[in-house]
Design a protein around this ligand. Structure first.
Ligand code: FMN
Length: 336
């Protein structure tokens, strides 16, 4: 049996699972492996130093899979923002079917993505906007987003300021959103996939779980840390900067939090800890889990191995199916 949802139908994929963009993790190899498994992979645009590097990464991904994959473009606060429009032009040029957007005030970019793709190809690409509360989700929909990736408090990356966990957030989203949504944050197995679909989601998004897969292009020691860690192994920083980030709990993250607490809201005191180049070195070169601040989610508590992406997706889908058809169905009875 397969799961048919609005997400699988719109994207033309087999399984209602996506791997959202992860800075310094979501390269062509991982995106292609996820898409080849029947789910949908995303390349992170701004991990690529220039728009032309993004084009090469997209072309590499096309050489590794014939199945649909997308691109993540995160519009996050930065002292020197990337040339987003140039990245968007490459995405349009390469005829990417879906973009995962993230960050504040996405309206201008959603309109640009929609207008430019329609002008070039006669049909707009799909925009899946990732956000952490239903009010922001509804604004993104009003601005043209086709789908929402709803990130609960458990998530790696940026859980926002509201601290609402997925179990409630997804149920509220199902009631209040007028477009399909994907459940994201803290999801790592088939039971959770069944639960997310039961709550009204049209699919699941996983980041941290896919980091601990063979095809994620990061150091083996980082993957092992995800296997060894549990659900208590993360912490949040940058709340006072209104840019809360969930990261792996280590001495660097704790020092960063200490400095933040001494001078809340002052980005200059924490900037030396959060530079992307530091965790890029841990991910790509040293595998040192302790000397940089890097994102991961509470779902570490469910990660026990480093499988291939194909095995992981197969396991999640078959477990979700048996949870629904055996466990849940077995609980239904017409007799008292
Ligand atoms: C190392 C890492 C880097 C990430 N970078 C980005 C990013 O650049 N843009 C983005 O929109 N989300 C980013 N995310 C968030 C993921 O796309 C996804 O929403 C999140 O991991 C879901 O939560 P989970 O890790 O509990 O599955 C990142 C996550 C991780 C673990």
């Amino acid at each position: 049996m397969v799961f048919r949802t609005k997400f699988t139908e719109l994207m033309g994929i087999e399984h209602p699972i996506m791997c959202g963009g992860m800075h310094h993790v979501s390269f062509a190899e991982l995106a292609a492996a996820v898409s080849n498994s029947g789910a949908m992979g995303f390349i992170t645009a701004v991990t690529q130093p220039t728009p032309e590097d993004l084009r090469k990464e997209i072309q590499k991904c096309k050489s590794l899979t014939k199945k649909p994959f997308g691109v993540n473009i995160s519009f996050l606060p930065a002292a020197k923002p990337p040339d987003y429009e140039a990245y968007i032009d490459v995405v349009i040029d390469e005829h990417i079917p879906a973009v995962e957007t993230a960050g504040q005030s996405p309206g201008k970019w959603i309109k640009m993505l929609k207008d430019k793709s329609a002008a070039r190809w006669g049909k707009s690409l799909y925009v899946i906007h990732k956000c952490v509360n239903v009010r922001h989700a509804n604004s993104a929909v009003a601005l043209g987003a086709d789908m929402i990736s709803m990130d609960g408090y458990e998530c790696a990356g940026h859980p926002g300021m509201d601290d609402v966990g997925g179990l409630l957030l997804f149920a509220v989203a199902a009631k209040q959103l007028k477009v399909p949504f994907i459940a994201s944050g803290g999801v790592g197995d088939g039971n959770q996939m069944a639960a997310c679909l039961a709550l009204g989601a049209e699919g699941i998004n996983m980041g941290t779980r896919f980091m601990a897969s063979k095809e994620a292009h990061i150091h083996a020691k980082i993957k092992q840390a995800l296997v060894d860690g549990d659900q208590t192994g993360t912490m949040t920083i940058l709340r006072s900067n209104k840019n809360t980030e969930r990261v792996y709990k280590n001495p660097q993250a704790m020092k960063c939090k200490e400095e933040e607490d001494k001078d809340p809201g002052n980005i200059n005191v924490v900037i030396k800890y959060i530079s992307g180049s530091l965790y890029k070195r841990s991910f790509q070169e040293t595998g040192n889990t302790q000397d940089s601040v890097w994102s991961c989610g509470q779902v570490m508590g469910l990660i026990d191995d480093v499988p291939s992406v194909a095995d992981l997706v197969h396991r999640i889908v078959t477990d979700a199916e048996s949870t629904i058809s055996s466990r849940l169905n077995g609980m239904l009875s017409s007799k008292l």
